[in-house]
Design a protein around this ligand. Structure first.
Ligand code: ZN
Length: 142
């Protein structure tokens, strides 16, 4: 399977049936992010217990890339400790912006999104859920 079709397959699968997607309620971790150029918006909440993300949920509407990226992100970070999650955020941003070392961090299915870096306008879409994740982490881990 080519990288291109792998990318399309993963994106469409997560766009049609996003993981951990549903209405989120007001909570202290609630963070949101928007991408006006595309009309994407995300709201995200999470629970951190003993330094680990034990629950994560997002609601939002967006293009296939923003939804798929956020869905993949929730799968990747659930159960991880906050330090690991921060490394993953940096690695993922680095992969898309192409200006950071991503070696040593296993991106798993997230690697399917590296094709997005060829479409500069879409990078913001792919990072939207991650921006909300950063915001939520900031509110929960002091
Ligand atoms: Zn978008």
């Amino acid at each position: 399977m080519s990288v291109e079709s792998l990318y399309r397959d993963v994106v469409m699968r997560h766009f049609k049936k996003p993981s951990h997607h549903g209405p989120v309620s007001e909570s202290e971790s609630l963070a949101s992010a928007e991408n006006p150029t595309c009309g994407d918006h995300m709201r995200l909440t999470l629970t951190v217990e003993e330094g680990r993300i034990t629950d994560i949920r997002f609601e939002g509407k967006g293009c296939a890339i923003s939804m798929a990226s956020c869905s993949l992100m929730t799968e990747a970070v659930l159960g991880k400790d906050v330090g690991e999650v921060r490394e993953l955020i940096d690695a993922f941003e680095g992969m898309l912006k192409g200006d950071a070392e991503v070696e040593g961090v296993d991106l798993g299915d997230l690697a399917a999104l590296q094709g997005v870096k060829r479409y500069p306008l879409r990078i913001k879409c792919a990072l939207l859920g991650w921006e909300a994740l950063r915001g939520a982490l900031e509110k929960t881990s002091t």
